[in-house]
Design a protein around this ligand. Structure first.
Ligand SMILES: Cc1cc2nc3c(=O)[nH]c(=O)nc-3n(C[C@H](O)[C@H](O)[C@H](O)COP(=O)(O)OP(=O)(O)OC[C@H]3O[C@@H](n4cnc5c(N)ncnc54)[C@H](O)[C@@H]3O)c2cc1C
Length: 270
């Protein structure tokens, strides 16, 4: 499997990357860890004429606490998120979920920004960010804008980012006092989730239950009105539209969503 021909351009600063994207428009694609983009290119499902390599941009690799906000650079790798002391203390759900993504090789190359912009409905970090009430920061020729995670996932592999914008940062409130848990059901240990559930306090993010990662809104409303966990978890599949596949039917996924939500809420409350 060989990708279509492309030109390779290495960006040494964010400004250089933005200039390259502005010059080539939707013929260009930023390259982060390459673990989603390169397979698509090999399958010829993506054929950018120019790849703008973000690898040298160390300025987008960080985790820091800024008042009550945890700030994460878009190029921070899953492995580094998982081991980061600040993240483990102030946003432990996200740190834990980063350690559940794929295998060692994927976690050493893949970045949080690449995972979120790729917008795969089966992405673990996207559901965790939804549960954490996160925000994404995009920079482009028109300046910087913040997009709440609840408005970022528009459809399968679709986000509101323009071709000339870069995702630069992810922000989330400190998780202080909010219990958390992540349940991921897979066929093999390193697989993508058949269904996953991320809980932070009374917020619930679902992996692979629709064309986008989404919140289990009916469960959240039930919890907010004082329903017991078992009752609220029974509503976890409401408003979802999971895919029907031979190895996991839609009904099986709805069942999993209910069971995993109950488990995650119980664990978060313990
Ligand atoms: C074998 C395998 C198993 C996996 N298992 C899992 C799993 O269990 N759970 C899971 O959640 N994920 C899994 N993944 C996906 C993994 O998390 C990828 O790392 C991630 O989806 C993409 O990150 P990346 O840095 O490699 O992005 P890339 O592949 O480089 O880019 C992905 C997309 O985002 C764009 N992009 C990247 N960075 C930016 C930026 N800063 N601004 C604007 N656009 C940007 C690119 O142009 C491209 O369109 C798996 C991948 C593989 C190959």
């Amino acid at each position: 499997m060989i990708p279509a021909q492309f030109r390779y351009q290495r960006a040494n600063t964010v400004e250089e990357a933005l200039a390259a994207l502005a010059e080539h428009g939707d013929e260009a694609k930023p390259l982060a860890g390459g673990h989603s983009l390169l397979p698509l290119m090999k399958l010829r499902l993506a054929a950018p004429e120019v790849l703008v390599d973000l690898a040298p941009l160390d300025e987008l690799r960080f985790v820091r606490l800024d008042g009550d906000t945890v700030r994460i650079g878009a190029l921070t790798r899953h492995h580094d998120l998982h081991g980061d002391g600040v993240l483990r203390e102030h946003a432990p759900l996200l740190a834990h979920v980063a350690g559940e993504v794929g295998d060692q090789q994927v976690r050493h190359r893949g970045t949080i920004g690449g995972s979120l912009v790729h917008a795969d409905p089966a992405a673990d970090l996207a559901a965790a960010l939804l549960a954490c009430d996160g925000t994404l920061v995009a920079r482009g020729p028109r300046g910087e804008r913040e997009i709440p995670a609840t408005e970022f996932f528009l459809g399968p592999f679709t986000t509101p980012l323009e071709p000339d914008e870069l995702l630069t940062e992810v922000r989330l409130p400190r998780q202080t006092g909010r219990g958390w848990a992540f349940e991921k059901f897979t066929r093999r240990a390193i697989d993508w989730a058949i269904v996953g559930v991320a809980v932070c306090g009374q917020s619930v993010g679902l992996v692979n239950m629709a064309g986008t990662p989404l919140r289990a809104s009916a469960t959240e409303r039930a919890l907010a009105s004082g329903a017991p966990i078992a009752e609220a978890a029974e509503l976890a599949a409401e408003g979802t539209s999971p895919v029907d596949e031979p190895h996991a039917t839609a009904e099986y996924r709805r069942h999993l969503a209910r069971v995993l939500t109950a488990r995650a809420l119980e664990a978060a409350a313990a």
